[in-house]
Write a protein that binds this ligand. Structure first.
Ligand code: NAP
Length: 178
């Protein structure tokens, strides 16, 4: 099965974006260390799954930021801009069916991105690894990284790195009982 992997930046109070979607507070921390670590993560990824919310943010970037196939999860989007036809597809599959579909297509490792999308994969315990970069700022409100779960999910802490600018990055793997 295609693995599902998260790499996400969060405020100290657990938000991935302001309520209006702004990530100005996060972008200030996109230095060489952060870019290097993201590139290291991306080297093992062969497909990217983002929610419509994240897709809309990315459309505002000056350049399309991905060099791997992207699946945009949406039940409302019907079409993508023409310039993205060879770069992205829309899917309305639920997380388990989507992972099976990606697996059938030969993809080994998916990057799962977007607050609601990450939460929906966690609700069905489908996330295999989590990298959380915590920014030392409280923003008070916004789009939360985590949400309600039906049952606890245990992760194994792999390592944590901290940086002079105050960013702390922690690596976790899903802890599965044998
Ligand atoms: N801090 C970071 O590292 C980071 C990373 C990524 C994104 N962001 C920010 O997070 C914001 C977007 O996050 P978000 O939580 O609002 O949206 P999101 O998770 O990117 O997208 C949610 C939307 O995706 C669609 N969807 C389809 N299948 C879904 C499923 N199984 N589960 C959940 N959603 C599904 C729904 O749209 P339809 O109504 O079209 O079906 C839903 O409203 C943006 O502001 C972005 O900049 C921050």
């Amino acid at each position: 099965m295609t693995s599902a992997n998260v790499y996400i930046g969060t405020s100290l109070d657990g938000f991935i974006a302001r309520a209006d979607g702004q990530i100005d507070w996060l972008m200030k921390f996109a230095d060489a260390d952060a870019i290097g670590s993201y590139n290291e993560f991306m080297a093992d990824i062969d497909v990217i799954v983002i929610g419509r919310g994240t897709f809309e943010t990315v459309l505002g970037f000056p350049l399309w930021p991905y060099d791997k196939p992207v699946v945009v999860l949406s039940k409302s989007l019907k079409d993508l801009p023409d310039n993205l036809n060879d770069k992205a597809t829309i899917s309305s599959l639920e997380p388990p069916e989507l992972l099976r579909h990606l697996s059938d297509q030969g993809f080994k490792a998916a990057y799962i991105d977007g607050g609601k999308v990450i939460q929906s994969f966690l609700e069905t315990d489908l996330i295999d690894s989590l990298i959380v970069a915590t920014i030392p700022i409280l923003i008070g409100s916004g789009i939360p990284l985590f949400g309600a779960l039906q049952t606890d999910i245990n992760f194994e802490h792999v390592r944590t790195s901290s940086y002079p600018n105050g960013l702390v990055r922690s690596y976790y793997k899903r802890k599965r009982e044998n």
